[in-house]
Design a binder for this molecule. Structure first.
Ligand code: GSH
Length: 228
């Protein structure tokens, strides 16, 4: 019988959804191999990678020949296949539905709004050499503010984590997204004590894999700070 190969994941840790996958794997000691795809070098556009994911995006997971894209799908697959502790992706139908509820909302709220701030402050100026477009940045910050309001008033209204009393896949997706603007030196939770407490809870529930996944982002922040 052919030996089972460890899960392979194609990641760039400057990518928010890639960090979520990296954290779940490391928190749960799921044997895996990381194949780095450096987005800044265009490695996601090579013929080999395009064959794996015609959408030319990371993360991608390969488990014994089974190729899966989309962080949300990858996280759920790993959580069910590798029987991680139940709190990540609860079995009970209604609690699981809460995770689905946040994750569906995430992809048109937390994700685009936090990512846009990072794109406007870090990516576009680096690509074009132009200064930050302050008008666009202010609009993006105001959209993000609206999302942060909803995170506080809806998802964290009566509970310590987004979907209940313990950390779930939803918190993982959210925290990785909300950390991203830190790469440009901006802590988007600075004026948000409730969300800051949530971040602390998530960080301490995750432990070391949190900083491991974010090391590249911290070093981007520190390099930019040193240039000021
Ligand atoms: N919905 C996808 C989004 C994946 C995605 O947008 N990945 C970005 C990095 S954060 C990427 O690969 N971008 C490369 C490109 O679009 O050229 C997921 O959650 O996995």
């Amino acid at each position: 019988m052919a030996a089972r190969r460890a899960v392979e994941v194609y990641l760039d840790l400057l990518s928010q959804p890639c960090r979520a996958v990296h954290i779940l794997l490391n928190c749960n000691k799921i044997p895996h191999t990381v194949r780095t795809v450096a987005l800044r070098k265009g490695e996601h556009r090579t013929p080999e990678f395009t064959k794996l994911n015609p959408m030319q995006k990371v993360p991608v997971m390969v488990d014994n020949g089974f190729v899966l894209t989309e962080s949300d799908a990858i996280l759920k697959y790993l959580a069910t296949k590798y029987e991680v502790p139940e709190h990540w992706y609860p079995q009970q139908q209604e609690r699981r539905a809460r995770v689905h509820e946040y994750n569906a909302w995430h992809h048109s709220n937390t994700r685009p709004h936090a990512a846009k701030v990072f794109i406007l402050e870090v990516i576009l100026p680096a690509q074009t050499g132009s200064p930050v477009d302050e008008g666009s940045l202010n609009r993006a910050l105001s959209q993000l503010d609206d999302t942060l309001d909803k995170l506080e008033s809806m998802f964290l209204r009566r509970q310590p984590f987004l979907c209940g009393d313990d950390v779930t896949l939803a918190d993982l997706l959210a925290i990785c997204e909300l950390m991203q603007p830190l790469g440009g030196g901006r802590d988007v939770l600075q004026q948000r004590p409730k969300l800051q407490l949530w971040r602390k809870r998530v960080q301490s529930a995750i432990g070391e894999p949190f900083d491991q996944a974010h090391a590249v982002l911290y070093s981007l922040r520190d390099r930019r700070r040193a240039k000021l």
